[in-house]
Design a protein. Sequence first.
Lengths: 1067, 525
Amino acid sequence: MNSKVYLRGMFLIVFSCFLFLTPGFSQTKVKIQGVVKSAAGETLPGASVTIKDSKQGTVTNNQGEFTITAESGKLLLINYLGYESQAYSVKGAAKVTITLQEVKNNMNEVVVIGYGTQKKSSVTGAVSKLKNENLDEIPTSRLDNALIGKIAGVTIQNVSSEVGADPIVRVRGFSSISASSQPLVVVDGYPVPDGLSFVNPQDVESIEVLKDAASAAIYGSRAANGVILITTKSGVSNKPRYSVKSYYGFKKAYALNPIMSVTDYTKMLFAEAALRQNDPTVPANGKNLITGPERAAYIIEDQISGVPTDWQQEAMQDASIANIQLGISGGSKDLKYYISASGQKDQAILKYSDNERLNVKAKIDGTLSKKVSFSFNFNPSYIKTQRPAVNFTDYFRFGSFLPVYHNDFTAAYVHQNSQWADILPGDFVQARHFNGLQYTGTMPDGTLWSSGGPVDPFATSNNTPLSIAARETNNQQTYRILGGGDVSIKFLPNLIFKSSVGGYYTQQENNTFTKSNARKDGDVNAAVVYTKNYLDLLFENTLNYNLTRGNHNFTGLLGFTTQQTMIKESNIVGRNFPTDEFETLNQAAQIDQALTKTLKDRVGLISYLGRFTYDYKNKYLLAVSYRTDGSSYFYKGKKYGSFPAVSAGWGIAKEDFMKDVTWVSNMKLRASYGATGNNKIPSFSFQNLLYPGNYSFGNGNGDVNLGLSPNSDVLANPNITWERTYEFNAGLDLGFMADRFGLTLEYYNSKTDKLLYKRSTQSFSGSFEYINNSGKIKNQGVEIELTSNNIKNGKFQWTTNLNFSANRNKLLELGGEPFQYNYGERSEIYAAIVGQPAIQFFGYKTDGVWTSQAQIDEAKANGQTSTLAKYFAPGGLKFVDVNGDNKIDVDDRTPIGTPFPDFTWGINNSFKYKGFDLNILIQGVQGVQVINGDANYNESRRYNENFNKNRWISAANPGDGKTPYYTNGENWMLTDYVIEDGSYAALRNVILGYTLPSKFTKKVGVKGIRVYTSADNVVYLMGSSYRGINPEARATSSQYSSPLIDGYQRGAFPIARTYTFGIDVNF
Amino acid sequence: MKSFKYLTAGLLLAISTTACNKIIDIDPISNIGVDASYRNYEETKVALTGSYSGLQKPLEFEWMLTDLRTDNSKQGVANSSATINFEFNDLDMFTLNSAHDKVYQYWLTTYKNLRSINYVLKSLGVSYAGGQTAVGEGTAKMTQQQKNQLAGEALFLRAYHYFNLVRLYGDVFLVTEPVDPEQSKKINRTPISECYQLITADLLAAKDLLSPAPYSAATNTEAGHATSWAAKALLAKVYLTTNRASNALPLLNDVINNSGHGMLPSFSDVFSINNEMNKEILFTVRFKAGGFGLGNLMGNNFAPTSSGSAVINGDGSGYNYPTNDLDLTYKTPATGAADGRKAVTMAKYNSKLYVKKFISPVLVKFDGENDFPILRFSDVLLMKAEALGFGTESVNLINQVRTRAGAADYVTGDFNAGFYKYPTDGSANAIATPAQFLTALLNERRLEFAFENQRFFDLVRTGQAITVIKNHFALEFDAHYKAYRPAFTLADLQSHLTTEKLLLPIPQRELDANDQIKIIQNPGY
């Protein structure tokens, strides 16, 4: 990737922010007639119109009209509450329309913080706020996906292209190496484990991210990874508003792997063999490396089936996304309501992957008396996800010579083997159908070849991926209810007691049904029914106090909360059903006792919290908070942790000495320090548990005897307690030219100690990991948020929001150990080395390939040895002797890359011209590395052009000297050969909308109509060394769920490019 | 109004102090902690059953480290792209390195069970120190008889695991009680001789602790537990391995004369799933079909690939591919006496050989009933022959095993054309030298115990491994190894096998995990 290009692009945009023109002057009095309207086209009565630097002025009438006389060259200022003020420069007599924009980036804006709200100007921590403008127009199943690239310090990575799949969300990078680095998500005050997965983007009013420890500390125990607060919309006292919004779109794959057909591949093999023929250094038995099965496969593709199968295309479907939303809101002064319903159906471009969602939300806020008010919230939802049974890898690893379905000719051909006499045209082709037959045909060089005996062209007994996907279904249904209510009592006008009770219940059901012969011939049909009940109860009591005495402002908060979670899981596996159509478990001939189980778990948390803030004239700000949490995750005596925080701010712009610096409209310096915690580990990790280990005793076949065994992979530790993060944050908020330009800078430096993590231990103890509280990690970083109203006049507006974040982490201590190695699925190593980033890929550094035996002999003559059995092989990778002992062995392994990005960035540009609006989001990640697990597979190495182009063939034809021959030498997965640049820059999303003129909409009886079209992933630039198709993809399951193992991808699914069309009608 | 305020505040305080502890002081619901178990006979017996269960998992990998590395078995598909076949190739051709996954999996699963066994032994008060295993006071309360039984069985299991480990990896880490992570970092490898001290001490204790009741007197429901006879037979094998044949002999005689175990008339009955725990079985790792999670994987693992349901329901993986040489070593002439063991041991599907010994019909893949024998009576007989060394009595022992397999008396003609007992009359075909005896003994053990993971240990024990395996490379070269790409020569292939490579490497992550003491890898890795 060429980072210079992006930098240049960013400079351009930053520079352009400062370009605006000032009008000329003259001195004649003229009459201006005007009308003031909102952006939505509504006229604004009562807006004030004044002439700058004079006492002259007027107010708009009921039709929003005004008339004023002013000298040419003077500036008219138009103000309206809740709207940004606008200036109009008088040039001559004119009839004008002034369009005012609703207030957005205003310092009087209110920001949601934990257990309360604060004016933005009073905030002393690092809090980012995102107001929902068009989140619901981004075509995705999930709210988190819509947030990509929008908030500095928040990275969201779409690790899977399955619809509805969880992305990785990180606030300020990698703050913990415990079981989880996911931030805490709080929906309307309710901490939920999966809030970003089910909240309907339309219902979102705003999203606040508490980034620094001082802001997050009020959520103490679970806040070390940051807190994301989602505030949903409420009704406003108004006439009822109705809205209907709908969009429809379709998707296409952005890029596919360059997989060769077997025909092209065999031709390449023949070309290679021809080159070897003339190379005297190639031994006679190495001249022609084309095997019988390869020749047979070529014959099938070239002469029997006739057409190569593009399995990647076979994996795809014409995917669409459809969404409809209905909303009603309104209310009186005493009772306000907001009700919405939405439905969405989203298909992935991969076959058998789709997602359906239904959301309903009802929120009522009421005032019962002067003292008592209440609010009630009810939010059921339903999500149904179909997950594909096969990974995309299985498709692109499958040889192109096998057709998907049999035709007359192929069916007849496999009938040669009496075993397949029943195969009919239209049946799925399986590799085994073509095995054990004799093949005769013409080779690419024109020669006739005959196998002479039975050959297996493809020795897999697995079925083709498409037939597996068609015969194995996996559906997941999740029902959720998030509901609650609270009552607030005003004991005194400035003392409010609030008590709230809430419940969050989810029921998840997974149904997997595998038909007979699904994955292999002879597979028995089976059903897996998994159910999970999750019930969480929250009880919160808070007391809020505020006091203003002259220029002194105090607020105080005291609170007590408890949260209890009960989890029930059950799994039933039934096998051998009489038919494939009948899935009732009663019909299963066998219930698999080993896999059928129930599990109950519970978690408890109790917390006490307090916060006190003080400010003087809103200029000098101070806040302290304290929270203590007790958790059931820890053993007696280790249960409680406390999380204090302090922060301060200085409103410099309000100081007298800044009075004359008019172009600075805001300047605030902030600093904070606080502690947050993390306890996301499995329950009861403080004791070793016994797990079932049954055995059969007794004569004959014996009877099952119940056994128990302490056979967990992870050893327990009774001494574990809270992991704690201490973070210092310094921030600077700047506003220029009446906040036309806004800049926020943050610097943070955090240390996490008592790290909770699974540490490697000696496997001879019976487990390879144990959970522990040791070690320290340091994170520091910067974040920049820039808002610029580049052009703002009645007709045309252009706003740019830019965010940039960079984080560096460093492992400071690891329980006295200098390093730890963690292993991935292909034995690739992720090293945690003290003094270095917490994860580094670890292995051999390569230096091209051994081009010839002569070269190897020379190295050996120079004394080079190796303990690696396959190391000295021409065409194999050549390693760097890192420790210089002339011996290539495990001691030459060294850090060879890291999965952490250098920086992430996003630029959002929005344009408005008359009724048109255009929003462009560009986003990227720079300097991140990935391990390409596809390189492990022979099929990829053979058929994927990224692995076979310019490869070594022989000493005389060494290719580019960098690409090894796929079978030669040591395992690629242990080397830097598979480490690639995962950086990208994407034109992530473009939305173009048009709001119909109100003249027209009034005629058809509606308040407003907007039509829009949106496109996702329009341009996606990837790193030049990157051999995959989706730099964001990551493996996240099994060993990759460990926070110390990251950066591995295999079978990455193509990025979807989505186009949608939508309409939004308001009544 | 004021009283309302105080009431609320008081309520708040009351809730906070009383409800809290109940919310966070909770115990697991679905599991029990180790501290809350091992208190009495019942609980400890359940834990011992868990240790028997742990015998199963290492067997998933054991054949890869034993038979696959001999002339019995090979990786079946040259140039296969499957990861597992790469791993098999590295074992089969002695090209593996210390990061090999299966070498690690066997290690981990074995040590995992040792941990489970050590928990049992600890609760029974069994300790090992100074080369002696002693039973003291443990935490579990029970009668002495109950304690002896449980301790004896657990010691047998521990010795069984260590015996395998030491033969495969050399100096291993000797762990005799549950260790925590901090302790484990201080433990280095123990020399082979000291490992054998533990194995011997455990088995000596086990054979005395366990009841000497003969096979016929065993309780119906207890079949499958380790017995005094199993301990004696295993100890005899340990003695043979450590060149103490004279110590082995009395143990073997005791088993032959007093155990009540004996040979079955038919070889196939020994492995029949309708005849499990038969008289010939001294110890076996038990598997059970029927969806209990206790099934044997070998049936499906060893059945040929793409055989659908023709060999076994759910298709085969084609692992543990028999060599042509083994196929030919079984004498099965068209007429006359034939070796009945071949048809039980292996078969062909689509002209490809596969291991049949552990295949029985399954409803669901990987859920086989077949037990996996560890000690059989024929092993005891052949061990006795080995302990005795060349002589008439030992040839007769070999012949006893051959007779059961269907061997006829040799009268005249080409001895090697048919399946005959060895003449003991001094004829030309009689075993005449200790070398010939060793060849005949190893051959018999190979045929009798093919795919029972004995061959590798037999070859190493008798010092024949390098010769035999190099010869096997030569025999299979044209038909099999020549097909690999990139090509290599026979000399290349044979050059990988050195005496050092007969030991597996200590898994690399075991070395990597310890930063406190330096652990030395086996030479050659």
